[in-house]
Design a protein around this ligand. Structure first.
Ligand code: PXL
Length: 269
């Protein structure tokens, strides 16, 4: 059995974070484990306002010890880390256990809640985790932060950001433009491996229910890498997975709706 881990936050509403990761791992038929970094909750009496509760350092280390030392993994992913010690611990375990297939999802914002999370952590993530990553999956905002430039708004700016992120230590950069790019009639993402740019394109999906799509994409890439796919293959397959998931996304309540990672298995279009 192929074993993978997500080091990420719990989304109590189940659509993003480690819940999305574990659902995605299941669809890829890999054995998923989770080290919880923070618990994110949403207030139904205050417009679904997010609150984030960090897990104490000792408890996070104990989870990593269980997973990395006690079981072992073929691939790892990080999502919302939330504290400097979570960034440092993730780096420590990925290095010590020589995890080459590591996907960095540099979660800096939550969808529908555009306030930046822990901006003070962004440099630490770039310094400690970016050089360890095999694939990094920033959205436009995160790409701007990691590249230390303004948020890209065009394909050319996405490429510039990808180059800078590569210079800062990333090996394979997957910048997700998705539906957010200026003047685009399709969803466009850019993959850069230090040598060439590859454009990954799909039809725009007309939905606002996109909660957890970043987590799901990075989890799907992680599972693909665990199966020994090359980074670009893992990214292309993940893009198909997330496209189906979003095409079958649904309203969870008045504020939020997640993708549907089971769409792939169920053969939905
Ligand atoms: O989608 C980003 C994200 C990641 N991780 C957790 C979250 C969210 C957004 O809500 O709650 C735990």
């Amino acid at each position: 059995m192929i074993k993978v881990v997500t080091i990420a936050g719990s989304d109590a509403s189940g659509g993003a974070g480690l819940e999305a990761d574990l659902k995605t791992f299941e669809e890829y038929s890999v054995y998923g484990m989770a080290a919880v970094t923070v618990i994110a909750t949403m207030d139904p009496d205050n417009c679904w306002h997010h609150e984030v509760f960090p897990i104490e350092e000792k408890a996070l280390r104990a989870q990593l010890q269980t997973i990395f030392k006690g079981v072992g993994v073929s691939a790892a992913k990080t999502g919302m880390l939330g504290t400097p010690y979570a960034v440092n611990l993730a780096a420590e375990y990925i290095k010590e256990y020589k995890i080459d297939r590591y996907v960095l999802d540099p979660v800096m914002v939550c969808k529908g809640n555009d306030e930046a999370l822990n901006p003070e952590l962004n440099n630490l993530v770039a310094e400690k985790l970016l050089p360890l990553s095999l694939v990094v999956t920033p959205n436009l905002f995160e790409a701007g932060q990691l590249a230390e430039m303004k948020t890209p708004a065009t394909i050319e700016e996405m490429k510039t950001a990808a180059k800078r992120i590569h210079e800062r230590g990333g090996r394979n950069i997957f910048v997700k433009g998705g539906s957010k790019l200026e003047g685009q009639t399709s969803a466009v993402d850019i993959f850069y491996n230090g040598k060439e740019f590859l454009q990954v394109e799909s039809a725009l999906i007309d939905t606002t229910w996109i909660h957890g799509s970043g987590c799901t994409t990075a989890a799907a890439i992680t599972a693909g890498l665990a199966f020994d796919l090359e980074p670009y293959e893992a990214v292309s397959r993940a893009k198909k997975f997330i496209t189906l998931s979003l095409r079958n996304s649904f309203e969870l309540n008045q504020w939020v709706g997640p993708g549907n990672p089971a769409a792939w298995r169920k053969g939905f279009n």
